[in-house]
Design a protein around this ligand. Structure first.
Ligand SMILES: NC(=O)c1ccc[n+]([C@@H]2O[C@H](COP(=O)([O-])OP(=O)(O)OC[C@H]3O[C@@H](n4cnc5c(N)ncnc54)[C@H](OP(=O)(O)O)[C@@H]3O)[C@@H](O)[C@H]2O)c1
Length: 229
């Protein structure tokens, strides 16, 4: 499948490498290819410069945001949550029309350290804002509730554990569930939260996620949702 990832950070890179390894035709979109490739020092979070990763992952092409939109049958939003709408505006509404838009971004304010606060919550979510901004895209919120290494390899966490999907388009959710299956998520671990308003709960879980990180000292964990029947 042709897949475009919006996000040159560690999450976008991790997904890109995994998807390319699975045989998908993957590009990563960035605002300015030359600027991104010219960086030679780690960013504020310590993520190594993109060019270093690119040398080890030459099967993934770095392209402009509109080129990424044109390429992807599925577009994955792995941009910074505060800037996700701006990044997707750079992609453009037209290339996104009719496409599956898998949104894994979190609207986090990390300016006061950990745990972060959410800039959108309760009666709205980033997933919904993206769906409203791009009404012809088929937005599916998923993967945002786990560490990016767990997203692409759920076996990092032993035993059964859950992953969520939310979105208005059933076919789009099926396509995302197919990708989750390729990453290794068993069908029974995938919980469909219904329409895109389900993004509220999984985004707000971020608060508990970071508290659990504080308690465990590792991001390699997840929750398992069980029910009586
Ligand atoms: N780390 C995890 O395990 C984890 C887990 C769940 C969810 N998430 C979510 O995954 C997403 C990606 O996280 P990350 O740490 O890899 O990346 P990040 O550092 O949060 O974001 C990097 C990306 O954001 C884009 N960006 C930054 N400022 C921008 C602006 N003003 N306008 C447009 N785009 C802008 C950058 O674009 P350029 O390439 O153009 O510079 C870059 O592609 C975040 O939303 C995060 O909340 C992360």
């Amino acid at each position: 499948m042709k897949i475009a990832i919006i996000g040159t950070g560690m999450v976008g890179r991790g997904l890109a490498a995994r998807l390319a390894g699975l045989g998908h035709d993957v590009v990563i979109g960035t605002r300015d290819v030359d600027v991104t490739l010219a960086r030679t020092t780690p960013d504020g979070m310590g993520t190594p410069p993109y060019v270093q990763w690119q040398q080890e992952n030459s099967n993934v092409r770095l392209v402009t945001l509109p080129e990424a939109g044109a390429h992807g049958e599925v577009v994955i939003n792995a941009a910074n949550g505060q800037n996700a709408l701006a990044a997707l505006e750079g992609v453009g509404a037209e290339p996104l029309a009719g496409k599956v838009l898998l949104d894994l971004a979190l609207p986090l304010d990390l300016s006061k350290g950990l745990p972060p606060t959410l800039t959108i919550s309760n009666t709205d979510s980033l997933g919904e804002q993206i769906q409203r901004a791009f009404p012809d895209a088929r937005v599916v919120k998923s993967l945002n509730s786990v560490y990016y290494q767990v997203m692409i390899d759920p076996t990092r966490v032993p035993g059964p554990h859950s992953i969520f999907v939310a979105g208005d388009d059933s076919d789009a959710k099926s396509i995302v569930e197919g990708l989750l299956g390729e990453f290794g998520w068993p069908t029974e671990s995938i919980i469909d939260l219904g329409d895109i308003t389900g993004a509220r709960g999984v985004e707000m879980y971020a608060r508990l996620f970071f508290t659990l990180y504080n308690a465990f000292g590792t991001f390699d964990f997840n929750i398992n949702v069980t029910r009586a029947n």
